[in-house]
Design a binder for this molecule. Sequence first.
Ligand code: SF4
Length: 381
Amino acid sequence: MSGVYLHIPFCEHKCIYCDFYSIAPSEEHADAEGMMASFTELLLKEIDLRSDTVPRGEMYDTVFFGGGTPSLLEAEQMVSLLDRLRSRFEIRPDAEITMEANPGTVTEERLRAFRAAGINRVSFGVQSFYDDELKFLTRIHSADQAKASVHAARRAGFDNLNIDLMFALPGQTPERWRSTMEQALNLGPTHISCYSLIVEPHTPLARMVEAKQVAVLDTEADAALFETTAEVMERHGYEQYEVSNFARPGFRSLHNLNYWRHGSYLGFGPSAHSFRGTHRWWNIANLSTYASRLRDGALPTAGEEELQPEQMMTEAVFLGLRSDGLDTANFDRRFGRRFLEDHRSRIEDLLRSGLARLDGAVLRLTSRGYLVCDEICATLE
Ligand code: SF4
C-alpha cells in the first residue's frame, strides 16, 4: 500500500498543547485568503517537482489532508490539488481521501463542497465534550458546535467519519472522560482516536506546567483512563487496532495502516515526511523558506536518511506491535531472522502475563500490552 500526505499549515488559532508545524494567519494579522491561495500554488509546484523524482507506476491508495487545519482551504483548492495529484501520480479511483477538520471551521455547505471535491472521509478534532476542557485546551469550538459539525457532515454525505478525543486532561475525572466517550459514541462515528494529552516541549502548556499553573495527571491515573478507553470502545463494537485508534469493523484508517505497515508515502507541504523502501526524507518546517525554495524551482527537502537494516527491523517491530500485530513470518522473510525463536523467553513472558497473544505467526499486544508498548518494544530489539 502507498499513501500521499498533504500538510496544510494553517490554523485559526494555535492550541496551547500543539507542536505540529502550523501558523495562525489571523493572529499574525496576515491575509488568510491570500495565504491559502498562494500556498495551494506552492503545493502544486511541489507535486510537479516531486513527480519527476519518484518512479512511475506505483499505485497510491490513500490521500490525507492533515495539518494544521485543512478545512480552512476552499473546496476548489482541494479539487485542484487532487486533480494535480491524479495527473502526476497513479491515485486509485476508489482511494480513501481524508480531510482533517476543526469543528469551528465548517458549515454544512462547506462540507458538501468538500464531499463534492472528492473527500470521502472526514476527521474531526473534537477532543472533549466539556466546554471548560475545550476552553482550557484553547480550542476554537464548543461541544455543541462539535456535535453540529458531525451531524452536518452526515447530511453532507460523509458516512466515514472519525472523531479525535483527548484524555488525561488536568483534573479530568474518569466520569468526565467516560461521558466524553459516550457522547462521541452517540454520534455514531466509524472511527474514534483517543490520545493522551502530552506536554510537548516549548509549547504554552509546557510553560504553564513548568510555572506550576497546571498539574498533569500522574502515570497511574493516565493508565487507568487508557484502560477505561479500551473497555468502553470494545463494548460499543469498536476494535482497537492501534494504541490510540478504534474502528468499527471495516473502517480502519487505511492511510494510518500504511504508515504502521512500513508502506511508502509521499508527503507534501512544510514539515511533511516521506518514505520509500529504506529512504526517508522530510521537508523544511518553515513556510517562508519552503516557499522561497519552491519559487527558486527547488524541492523543499530539509534532510534525508537511508535506513540501515537494524533500524528497519526496530521500526518494523515497533510499528507492528503498536498497531494490528507483528507478522513474524513476514518479518523473518524480510530480514532473514527467526523472530519467535530469537525472542522466545521474552515472548513467553508476554503471553503468560497477558500483555500479548499469538494468532498463528502474528504477535499482537492486548489492551494492557498497548499501555506499555514502548517498554515491550525496547526488550524485543
Ligand atoms: S487546530 Fe490542531 S493543528 Fe491547529 S493548533 Fe490546534 S491542535 Fe494544532
